[in-house]
Ligand binder design. Structure first.
Ligand SMILES: [Mg+2]
Ligand SMILES: [Zn+2]
Length: 219
């Protein structure tokens, strides 16, 4: 697991908020709730592996989704598989740059990402340092566990929003609720897998903003 600081600093602390500090939820002094957002196809356009920052497009509804989570006093955290690093398609430094851009585009519209956690690994990675059957490649829960430890999050009271069934599985592995969004590859995933039985999302939403709307109505 690797955490890229949303700011340029490499401090372990979340960046000082441009937005007012998160107010703890009432009655939740220690253990907080989070909405974990997948990245590609959920907050930004899915374009395969993002190997060129110029192609990186944040969805217009992403900032509002994040802002609503901020305003509800929950943490807004991104969890993303970036095995393109291990596959040698792009450098880890590009992932960090991409995350600074995502963070700033969302901040420009009043949303605050509290952290971004990513997995650069793949069991068959070309780059040896990333070739590992890690505990953080979604649907393995390592990214959520790292976030929970760092921020004191109660995962079973939290949510995962994503456009793939790995995001649904990820949520259920830690007892969180899942929302599948129909952006990115979500529509395909839903059509292919809804009838196949097996694990299904707790809710299906048109996009991340609608997903947050459902979450806030179902706390
Ligand atoms: Mg995705
Ligand atoms: Zn990993």
């Amino acid at each position: 697991m690797t955490r890229s600081s949303p700011s340029a600093r490499s401090s372990k602390q979340p960046r000082p908020a441009a937005h007012p500090p998160v107010q703890p939820e009432r009655g939740a002094s220690k253990e907080r709730r989070a909405v974990f957002f997948d990245r590609d196809g959920t907050l930004n356009e899915e374009i395969g592996h993002v190997s060129d920052l110029e192609q990186f497009r944040v969805y217009p509804f992403a900032a509002r989704a994040v802002r609503q989570v901020n305003e509800a006093g929950m943490l807004a955290i991104v969890v993303t598989n970036q095995s393109g690093v291990g596959r040698g398609l792009f450098a880890e430094s590009l992932v960090k740059k991409t995350h600074r851009r995502l963070t700033s585009r969302i901040a420009a519209k009043g949303g605050r990402l509290d952290a971004i956690f990513y997995c650069p690994h793949h069991p068959e990675a070309l780059v040896e340092q990333y070739r590992v059957a890690c505990a953080c490649r979604k649907p393995a829960p390592g990214l959520l566990e790292a976030a929970a430890k760092q921020f004191g999050i109660r995962l079973e009271k939290s949510f995962v929003v994503g456009d793939r069934y790995v995001d649904v599985q990820l949520a259920h592995r830690v007892g969180a609720r899942s929302v599948l969004v129909l952006t990115g590859v979500g529509t395909n995933e839903w059509e292919l897998r809804r009838a196949a039985g097996g694990e299904q999302p707790d809710h299906v939403a048109g996009n991340a903003d609608e997903a947050v709307g459902w979450i806030l109505r179902n706390l």
